[in-house]
Structure formats: structure tokens, C-alpha cells
Design a protein around this ligand. Structure first.
Ligand SMILES: C[S@@+](CC[C@H](N)C(=O)[O-])C[C@H]1O[C@@H](n2cnc3c(N)ncnc32)[C@H](O)[C@@H]1O
Length: 181
């Protein structure tokens, strides 16, 4: 079976084309941004860690990628720098593998960021969430985000989960498609 990230990427490929403006809300080491940049017209990428931004910039440079706009700021402020509608927003929550676990995404700002992502999303666009309930803040965050997504009006959004049922604390995925504005 596909890992959460592979599953999310396979879904994203159905939505992105060479005319798409997309968002990587959690840049990290830049692997997800590289994937998005290879398929979209333009990627807005967010991270709060200077070290992540530097590492990701190097990775993207090494691959000759030039269609990424970097934002060294929290994703919950994405509306301040993105004025047009976007096709896709990708969230890969948590902290960098091997990095500082205190630099993890936090429930409060993650909720605001998701609301803003849904607001910026064009009709027919999609948001993917990779969630990690295996650590304390990740568990709280996953619970709060899942509860919020469950309240989304079904005439406007379709939301599904890709979730292991016999491994409770394993990572899982939520996909939200905007049906209408
Ligand atoms: C699991 S990692 C992302 C992995 C990344 N997409 C990749 O391909 O390597 C989560 C990232 O979210 C970042 N982050 C934490 N809080 C954030 C926030 N409020 N806004 C944007 N990024 C944040 C962390 O610094 C970390 O780099």
C-alpha cells in the first residue's frame, strides 16, 4: 500500500497542471516542493525555520528549479502574500525527521492555516493534510484538524481520510476538494 506522502502525491497529480499555482505550506527539506515545482507553474513555499529554507533552496537550486517563491513565515499568514486563488495546498505537518521536535507545527496556527488555505483554494482545487498523531502535539493537532474538517459544509467540500484502522497512532491523510465557492 502507498505511504501517506505517496498517496497524497498521487492524488495531487490529478489536480495539478502546468498552468497551476500551488502552495507547499510546510517546505521542510524541500522534497514536496520539488515534486510540486516539477508539475505546476508556480509554487509558494512556507517555513518558519531558516535552516529548512536554506536546505530546501539548495535542493531546488541543484535541480535547476526556478518557479518557487519562498516565504520565511508561518503558513497561517499565507493570505498576506497570496492574493490569487490556488489549485492545490499541501500540508505535511509535524517536524523535520531528524530535526528539532520543538519546531513542530502547532494546533492553533495549523487550524488558522487550513481555514486560509480553503479560502484561497479555487473551485475544483484540493488540499492535502499529512497528519502524525504518534507524538503529543501531533495527536492534538490531528484531532483538532479532523474535527474541523468534519464540520465543513458538504455542498461546498468533499473530505476523505486515508487512514490505517489497525495502527491507531500511524500517520494518516485527509484530502479536501472544494466543490464550490
Ligand atoms: C514534516 S516537515 C515538512 C517536510 C517537507 N514537506 C519536506 O518535503 O521535506 C514540517 C515542516 O513544517 C515547518 N513548520 C512548523 N511550523 C510551521 C508554520 N507555522 N508555518 C510553516 N511551516 C512550519 C517545520 O519547520 C518543518 O520544516
Amino acid at each position: 500500500m502507498d505511504s501517506i506522502t505517496s498517496f497524497n502525491k498521487s492524488i495531487l497529480l490529478k489536480y495539478i497542471d502546468s498552468a497551476s499555482t500551488v502552495v507547499d505550506a510546510t517546505l521542510g527539506n524541500g522534497h514536496d516542493t520539488l515534486f510540486l515545482a516539477e508539475h505546476a507553474k508556480e509554487v509558494h513555499a512556507f517555513d518558519v525555520q531558516e535552516s529548512a529554507l536554506n536546505k530546501a533552496k539548495k535542493l531546488l537550486d541543484d535541480h535547476g528549479v526556478t518557479n518557487v517563491i519562498f516565504h520565511g513565515m508561518s503558513h497561517h499568514r499565507m493570505d498576506e502574500v497570496i492574493s490569487k486563488k490556488v489549485r492545490v495546498v499541501m500540508f505535511n505537518f509535524g517536524y523535520l525527521p531528524g530535526g528539532d521536535p520543538t519546531k513542530t507545527t502547532k494546533t492553533h496556527s495549523s487550524l488558522i492555516a487550513l481555514e486560509k488555505a480553503l479560502d484561497r483554494l479555487e473551485k475544483g482545487g484540493v488540499v492535502t493534510l499529512a497528519l502524525y498523531p504518534g507524538h503529543k502535539e501531533g495527536k492534538k493537532e490531528a484531532k483538532a484538524l479532523e474535527a474541523y474538517v468534519s464540520t465543513l459544509e458538504m455542498t461546498r467540500y468533499q473530505a476523505i481520510a486515508y487512514k490505517p484502522l489497525n495502527a491507531i497512532e500511524s500517520p494518516y491523510s485527509i484530502i479536501i476538494e472544494k466543490r464550490k465557492d
